[in-house]
Design a protein around this ligand. Structure first.
Ligand code: UD1
Length: 368
């Protein structure tokens, strides 16, 4: 048997790990050789940011919880590294699988590789080109020391090849986040706000914001909210608020008309809203993928994206960080002229299985 660590630390990691666990367990029932250890770094620790995802996605309790908690980028990375190193020194694994681009991804990749444990990166190779985003630094560092890359897009494959990565180390497998979305779509649940505000499918907007550049400065956040409220033609704007955003939002009361603030939503409730929104306005990367798969118009309030396929093939448009770009795009939406998207290649719900098939092969080869 071979032991692989699956590292999850922050909200967007949990849905990326779930299909990998399901695929390992399915192979175990057929006599597969992989065992896993689920390592939760504790970067996100609230019920709303972590526990609810474990429950709804049927994730097992973590085998190790590093309880690293909040802090600056360096404090978080350091706490995760010290604790993960201790775990590996006590009980080494044969492979470290990291997903996405959060601080936990980078921190655990560094620790494992320094102890001679190979690293696989799920969602490797994507790039925004924007070094002011902590996630971009996490991607660059992680990919510099990754052995096997599991990629979601041709753009990711191209970045890796340009960086000199051998083709044999790049596995274009699709998107595990989409596996989770397709598995759970029949189970989406109406959140409380649905009945409380009498929301109607196709007649409200959904807003999420958590990037430091959008939410840490109250004037910037206020400008977004005022612009969206005044261009929304009276439609409610449902705004599940990330803890980082909540800190700034508290100083902005009273909020402009029509902005309906709610807690961060569990997975099934959040995607119930996405599936029924007239459009999603967001600065998240994962949400642009989910909107693309469900064919929901999406506006991204960032200057760059590491997921260009959501714009080139999907329903997403990159609006940049100037709020004045929002009203004309909302007019386009309300006039029924939003582009129709298509689903990127291999975003088909089978990515977890592909990853495990590759890992079984690679790890067995490594032993010969
Ligand atoms: C992190 C990830 C980002 C991801 C996002 C999703 C990095 C660099 N960034 O950003 O890629 O899109 O998570 O949520 O890893 N907090 C809580 N409860 C929690 C977690 C955080 O209250 O369970 C608070 C923290 O104390 C902190 C703020 O939220 O003040 C931000 O959390 P942090 O993990 O530092 O980064 P995010 O902005 O969430």
């Amino acid at each position: 048997m071979l032991l692989i660590d699956l590292v999850a630390g922050a909200r967007p990691n949990f849905m990326k790990i779930a299909p990998i666990i399901q695929a390992i367990e399915a192979r175990q029932r057929e006599g597969g050789i992989l065992r896993y250890r689920l390592v939760h770094t504790g970067q996100h620790y609230d019920r709303s940011m972590s526990d609810s995802f474990f429950e709804q996605l049927g994730l097992p309790a973590p085998d190790a919880n590093l309880e690293a908690g909040s802090g600056t980028q360096a404090e978080q990375a350091a706490a995760i590294m010290v604790r993960y190193e201790r775990l590996l020194l006590n009980a080494p694994s044969d492979l470290c699988v990291v997903v996405g681009d959060v601080t936990s991804t980078m921190a655990c990749a560094i620790v494992a590789q320094k102890l001679g444990i190979p690293v696989a990166h799920v969602e490797g190779g994507i790039r925004s080109g924007d070094w002011s985003m902590p996630e971009e630094i996490n991607r660059l560092v992680t990919d510099a020391i990754t052995n096997w890359f599991f990629t979601t897009s041709d753009a990711a494959n191209a970045h890796l090849r340009r960086a000199g990565v051998d083709a044999e180390r790049i596995f274009f497998v699709g998107n595990t986040m989409v596996d989770t979305l397709l598995t759970n779509r029949p189970r989406f649940l109406a959140p409380g706000v649905w009945a409380e505000h009498g929301l109607v499918a196709g007649q409200f907007l959904l807003l999420t914001l958590h990037r430091p550049s959008n939410v840490d400065d109250p004037a910037i956040l206020r400008a977004y909210l005022e612009t969206i409220s005044s261009a929304a033609r009276g439609r409610p704007v449902v705004f599940p608020v990330h803890p980082r955003t909540a800190k700034t939002l508290a100083s902005l009361a009273p909020l402009p008309n029509g902005i309906v603030v709610i807690e961060p939503q569990p997975y099934l409730e959040f995607n119930y809203l996405v599936e029924r929104a007239q459009a999603v306005i967001t600065d998240s990367g994962g949400v642009t993928e989910e909107a693309t798969v469900m064919g929901i118009p999406c506006m991204t309030l960032r200057d760059t994206t590491e997921r260009p396929e959501t714009v080139e093939l999907g329903t997403n448009e990159l609006l940049g960080s100037d709020p004045s770009r929002i009203p004309p795009m909302l007019d386009l939406l309300f006039d029924g002229r939003w582009k129709v998207g298509s689903i990127p290649p291999l975003w088909d719900g089978k990515t977890g299985e592909r990853i495990i098939a590759v890992l079984e092969r690679q790890l067995t080869l490594g032993r010969k």
